[in-house]
Design a binder for this molecule. Structure first.
Ligand code: AMP
Ligand code: MN
Ligand code: MN
Length: 325
């Protein structure tokens, strides 16, 4: 059962200290959501810590107040409330982050992943929302919380990055109205888009070159996949965020319905990213077969390696999910 914004507002009003968390390997919606709510609560006079298992990725360091994102301290924080944002399952917050938040007596879970089981004491899961950042904009507005410039910019980046720049079908009229409101309240739209999309390190383009060399089609041309090995990661000196969003290149191929990105992680696990362009193919459903999750058109898995075995198993499941021809 979803808690209303009012109920979440009452819980916020009744407490003073908060730790705000989001998922490992944070994307724009994860960090943007932490900053959006964190800076709004702080402006409302609350004590706030922003913790992420993997810390702040370089590509989001342009966000105002992003230096407030910390990696987990060794000792549990003295906080009353933990708020998990944009995180489909509790373990995806990370072990060290969970330990840091372990003194919290109330858990609030705000997310848009349809696979979220509702692991908080108060849950607000809206799978129709294109980004957690958009839910937070509505929450902040509904509760009359302050919206400082750092929150405003963070919400815009959260929603822009989770909608492929306001393109995916999850984008609604409310999304555009929200963006218009943010611009009305002073957002520099050209400047922030440039910092988000036109400022990549050179090694990201080298990564693209290397990925293109592994590109293959499957499922009669309806599945495109490519892969990143540890050897390439080391050779190019890659950072985790360098691959963010690249899957859209193969998702854009004519005739392709499902795009899959396989990535060897340090430690031997395989990260799988999956995108669908066809509502008949629910990639969240496919990923849940392997313990992953996400959204109908964008989902992921972390699974055991080696790479070739993971690839074969996942591609077999994807082929089964394709519509009959
Ligand atoms: P990504 O491919 O990493 O951009 O993820 C696509 C979507 O699926 C995002 O909303 C992720 O939060 C979600 N997702 C990715 N990996 C997992 C996982 N292992 N478990 C649950 N959700 C995931
Ligand atoms: Mn996310
Ligand atoms: Mn999201």
């Amino acid at each position: 059962m979803n808690a209303s914004y009012q109920e979440i507002g009452e819980a916020i009003a009744a407490h003073e200290s908060f730790v705000i968390l989001s998922h490992v390997r944070p994307d724009g919606d994860a960090i943007g959501s932490q900053l959006a709510l964190g800076m709004a609560l702080e402006a409302a006079g609350k004590k706030v810590r922003l913790i992420n298992e993997d810390g702040l990725p370089d590509n989001l360091a342009f966000l105002p107040c992003s230096d407030r994102i910390e990696t987990p301290p060794a000792e549990p924080l003295d906080v009353e409330v933990a708020i998990a944002l944009d995180t489909a399952t509790k373990p995806r917050l990370g072990d060290a982050a969970l330990h840091a938040a372990s003194n919290a007596k109330l858990w609030i879970n705000i997310d848009h992943h349809k696979s979220n089981p509702g692991y908080g004491d108060l849950n607000h899961i809206d799978s129709r929302s294109p980004a957690t950042g958009q839910i937070l904009y509505q929450l902040i507005t509904a509760l009359g919380l302050p919206l400082p410039a750092a929150s405003r910019d963070a919400i815009y980046v959260a929603v822009s990055t989770d909608t492929g720049s306001f393109q995916y079908p999850s984008t609604t009229a409310d999304t555009y109205r929200m963006a218009a409101d943010l611009i009305d309240s002073g957002l520099d739209v050209g400047g922030i888009n440039s910092l988000t999309y036109d400022n990549h390190p050179f090694r990201r383009v080298e990564l693209m070159r290397s990925l293109l060399n592994t590109l293959e089609l499957d499922g009669g041309g309806r599945v495109a996949h490519w892969e990143l090995t540890m050897a390439t990661r080391d050779a190019l000196g890659l950072k985790p965020e360098d691959s963010e969003g690249l899957i859209d290149i193969i998702r854009g191929i004519e005739g392709v319905i499902v795009a899959v990105f396989f990535e060897e992680l340090p430690g031997g696990k395989i990260r799988v990213s999956m995108r669908s362009k066809d509502p008949r193919v629910d990639v969240c459903h496919v990923c849940m077969e392997f313990g992953g999750g996400g959204h109908a058109l964008a989902a992921g898995i972390r699974m055991a390696g080696p790479l070739a075995a993971a690839r074969d198993r996942v591609l077999a499941a994807v082929r089964l999910a394709l519509p009959a021809v």
